[in-house]
Design a protein around this ligand. Sequence first.
Ligand code: FE2
Length: 374
Amino acid sequence: MNTLTQNTPATGQDTFPINGTDHIEFYVGNAKQAAMYYQAAWGYKLIAYKGPETGCRDKVSYVLRQGKITLVLTAALSPEHEVARHAALHGDGVKVLALWVDDAEKAFHTAVERGAEAAMEPKVLEDEHGVVKLSAIKTYGETWHTFVERKDYHGAFMPGFEARESVYPVKPVGLKYVDHCVGNVELGAMNKWVQFYQEVMGFNLLVTFDDKDISTEYTALMSKVVSNGNGYIKFPINEPAQGKKKSQIEEYLDFYRSAGVQHIAVATDNILETVSQLRRNGVDFLYVPETYYDDVIDRVGEIDEDVKDLKALNILVDRDEEGYLLQIFTKPVQDRPTVFYEIIQRRGARSFGKGNFKALFEAIEREQALRGTL
Ligand code: FE2
């Protein structure tokens, strides 16, 4: 069953106002090299840095930006550091999905009163460029939601960071904003986390996919999508379902060693141009067989793009009642088969590409088979 529900709270009031995604922080083994990857392959510009040279003795963070997307790449400088423990256990992965709010203290207290586990008590950071307030709660696995309040802050990122620029001319690839961030949780835990987002953070259940929507010959999964009051934040939550072989969600959980962020979807206004550039820069994408394109127009109707161009770049198309969307998925971006990216261009459609699930999951299974984990 696939149910689209109205994205408005029953009370008509947003009980947990969030302006949008503030940043996404990865804990990695080597932030310097990860920062180079995101600049060279993905066209992000370096905007800020924190490390020993700026007075931070135990870790380094590189802040990268493209469009409205801000990535923070953090690594430890000693094996005893929490960031080193995290990176050793999970591999490189997303630690923080930071949310931009008007009142970080209120967001924290509201969330904790409604049952969230505290991760960081509210604190105020200040430098000559202004004030940033932070607080954080825990979500699935070891992932946190940091609440960031940055009224009138004029520095490069936040106090503690120094402005820093890329040392060579980085070419952006047209990435605009974070469209959605997907979490993989343990078998049986999906509803608990959906309830968490509904009860603690006032999110609405947007859509439900069960194993009849999302199954191939071998594997299956279930997914529910929750969204905040203004609709800017969309978090699909996946859990594995029973299949003949190991599902991609179980593979993720085995390698990440806990629940965590599975993929980050980033939006572009011109997917043909964005994906051409990413491919030239060496980003690898999942392969969908050419036969996918044989009946694509019969399935989705007329589209503005030339199917020949989509086929050449292996871009997928899907349609819903409101329009269509174009999307493509990368292979995992670190050694473990865990986090990957989706590039998405929405042409009216607000859904998630259900018509492509089968082709996509078969593509993932071919990769799993190569890894010996199917
Ligand atoms: Fe997605």
